[in-house]
Design a protein around this ligand. Structure first.
Ligand SMILES: O=C(O)CCC(=O)C(=O)O
Length: 299
């Protein structure tokens, strides 16, 4: 099994030469203590408050990568510029009613907390993260998507092995995922796994709109070499950086401990945003970079 090196965060966040070598070779970087525990706690607290304030009557959808139905639902399709709650498959009955307390039923929050919530905005736009993004090659980083992956105890769903470039499409491909452990993640509560070096293989699938419907198109049928996958245990505050073509996923959380994580996806503003992307933004809410919002857009 290929060992994935673990790095300490550099002072200003920019990647060291050793990090850049690992990034090129593995397509993944594991950086411990990259974000202070207090910021992780602040994101957990905000996430819980968002869920507490959410009334299921407003709307909801189940999000599952093993039995995906969300692609047909407007709750998902219209969530690119919103903060919306998605539920675990095992959290509702046949009539769609919640059968668990809200805080134990969530699959994820998505997809624009980084622009709409001040706490998420602050943590997402840490100068150290901007320096890291630029250092690994995003010349003009744009933050396109944020998610809190909830992984509640006992029913936290599997995230099947995938490449992020399947879901966030630019020409040329440019997406990078920044995954932050908000709580300790290990093999018992469904930590990430990845296939080191797998980013040098082809993009397998494209999730995009065709004739008004979101479809998954196979570009290359070569299966992922899942036997080569390595677990990426991540104590709270660890940042895992994922190349857009790196195959990765996570097992279900069958433990009695939750495993919350925050993921932020960035693309290069110099690349063309594919018009068939599922994630849409209205013209008055364009993708922003790591800088503060323009004064005229503050409300
Ligand atoms: O947090 C997880 O379990 C998976 C997240 C993931 O794969 C992603 O954000 O692309």
């Amino acid at each position: 099994m290929t060992a994935i090196p673990r790095f300490a965060a550099t002072a200003g966040g920019a990647p060291s030469p050793a990090m850049l070598a690992a990034w090129a070779r593995d397509g993944v970087l594991v950086i411990e203590d990259a974000v202070p525990a207090a910021d992780c706690d602040a994101l957990v607290e905000r996430s819980r408050a968002i869920v507490e304030a959410w009334d299921p009557a407003e709307g909801a959808a189940v999000f599952s990568t093993t039995a995906p139905r969300h692609a047909a639902e407007s709750w998902f399709r219209e969530s690119g510029d919103k903060v919306r709650v998605f539920l675990e498959d095992g959290a509702i009955d046949a009539a769609g009613r919640l059968i668990r307390p809200k805080l134990e039923a969530v699959n994820k929050l998505g997809h624009a907390m980084h622009d709409l919530d001040p706490v998420f905005d602050r943590v997402s736009r840490r100068p150290q993260l901007a320096a890291l993004a630029r250092g690994i090659g995003l010349a003009d980083p744009r933050l396109v998507q944020s998610m809190v992956i909830w992984k509640p105890p006992s029913i936290g769903g599997e995230v099947t092995c995938h490449q992020d470039a399947t879901f966030l499409v630019t020409d040329p491909p440019s997406v990078v995922g920044f995954w932050l452990a908000l709580e300790d993640a290990d093999a018992t509560n469904g930590c990430l796994y990845a296939i080191p070096g797998g980013h040098r293989g082809p993009l397998r699938r494209l999730f995009h709109e065709v004739d008004g419907e979101l479809v998954t198109e196979t570009l290359d049928p070569t299966p992922f070499d899942e036997a080569a996958a390595v677990p990426l245990p991540a104590p709270k505050g660890t940042l895992v950086v994922l190349h857009g073509r790196l195959p990765h996923g996570s097992a279900p959380n069958t433990s009695d401990r939750s495993r919350m994580a925050y993921t932020l996806h960035a693309v290069d503003g110099a690349a063309r945003w594919h018009p068939g992307n599922w994630l849409r933004r209205p013209p008055d809410r364009p993708f922003r970079g790591f800088g503060p919002s323009a004064p005229q857009r503050r409300t």
